[in-house]
Ligand binder design. Structure first.
Ligand SMILES: Nc1ncnc2c1ncn2[C@@H]1O[C@H](COP(=O)(O)OP(=O)(O)OP(=O)(O)O)[C@@H](O)[C@H]1O
Ligand SMILES: [Mg+2]
Length: 292
């Protein structure tokens, strides 16, 4: 692991918490590995109506790895991450071809239950979206619906502790979740996601609405969660991708001869390789801020 700095974007002055060092949040993590993949995505194409938004994505997602997806706006990052738990099913006109194999089973096979898929593969969104309920009920909802065994109080404490929120909320569990700060709400959403004991947590720009201190807390949390969970994160913050992830996928959009933009996976490798020695000029241009 190297201490080379990468080009600065906004760090909000939190030099210590949000440093620019590749792998900063990876200390104490095992070496990156794709030997035990959870997902094997092959020839993935996604259309919205007649528009092919994403073309031909093939990649592995390693178990208990943190995989970052980066690239300019509109290149299809959200579209691709939504395929990993069939969230695109909920968008009218969206159509997916190719294969998203999860432990060898194509999630898009007709006999696969998308509800069960989303229990095993949870999602956290850009804008924290707690239910308008108490903190306790936000966490208890999923375990109740899924008929999970165990004492509910214990499940709630375990999830809130896992999301590094317990100490801040343990005395106000019956208060509205909407009264929490943005950063607390996002950790509540992470607690809600882990409460149903998924294997994978998908995060689409989870920190983009948060200040640098809340962002640092979520990054610390991700590094901790990666001991137990597989994490895929979309981020526009390249320092964040460099700090926390094991693997990085760089996407961009090609413009075809009709002027239509199609998202593509340009380069996928360890985060150190992508940020220190990318193979593709487009990756280098993007991470050095010359493009996008
Ligand atoms: N619900 C939708 N209906 C129709 N087209 C969509 C929809 N969502 C995304 N698209 C289109 O698919 C393409 C990829 O969009 P997507 O949101 O996946 O990009 P992104 O990389 O996540 O961008 P950003 O960084 O701005 O979030 C864009 O051309 C976009 O207009
Ligand atoms: Mg997006």
């Amino acid at each position: 692991m190297t201490d080379d700095a990468i080009p600065a974007q906004s760090t909000g002055g939190e030099e210590h918490a949000l440093s620019l060092t590749i792998g900063d949040r990876r200390r104490n993590r095992p070496e990156p590995s794709l030997n035990d993949p959870v997902f094997h995505i092959s020839d993935l194409d996604v259309w919205y109506g007649d528009h092919q938004a994403v073309r031909d994505v093939t990649m592995l997602i390693g178990r208990r790895q943190i995989t970052a997806m980066i690239g300019p706006s509109g290149c299809g990052k959200s579209t691709v991450i939504r395929c990993f738990n069939r969230m695109n099913d909920l968008i009218p006109g969206a159509r997916v071809t190719g294969k998203v194999a999860y432990h060898g089973e194509n999630l898009y096979d007709p006999d696969v239950d998308p509800i069960e898929v989303r229990r095993r593969i949870g999602m956290v969104f850009q804008k924290p979206n707690p239910f308008p309920k108490s903190i306790y009920d936000n966490i208890a909802y999923g375990p109740r619906v899924n008929g999970m065994k165990g004492t509910m109080d214990d499940l709630v404490e375990e999830a809130l502790t896992g999301a590094a929120l317990w100490d801040e909320v343990k005395d106000k569990l019956k208060s509205s979740a909407l009264a929490l700060s943005g950063g607390q709400q996002q950790r509540l959403c992470i607690a809600r996601a882990i409460a149903v004991r998924p294997e994978v947590i998908l995060m689409d720009e989870p920190c983009s609405a948060l200040d640098p201190i809340a962002t640092a807390r979520i990054e610390d949390l991700m590094a901790e969660l990666a001991a137990d969970f597989t994490i895929v994160i979309v981020t526009h913050n390249m320092q964040q991708a460099a700090r926390i992830s094991d693997y990085t996928a760089f996407f961009t959009a090609d413009v075809d001869d009709k002027g239509v933009r199609h998202g593509r996976l340009v380069e996928y490798d360890t985060t150190v390789k992508i940020f220190e020695n990318p193979a593709d000029q487009r990756t280098e241009d993007y991470i050095t801020g010359r493009f996008g």
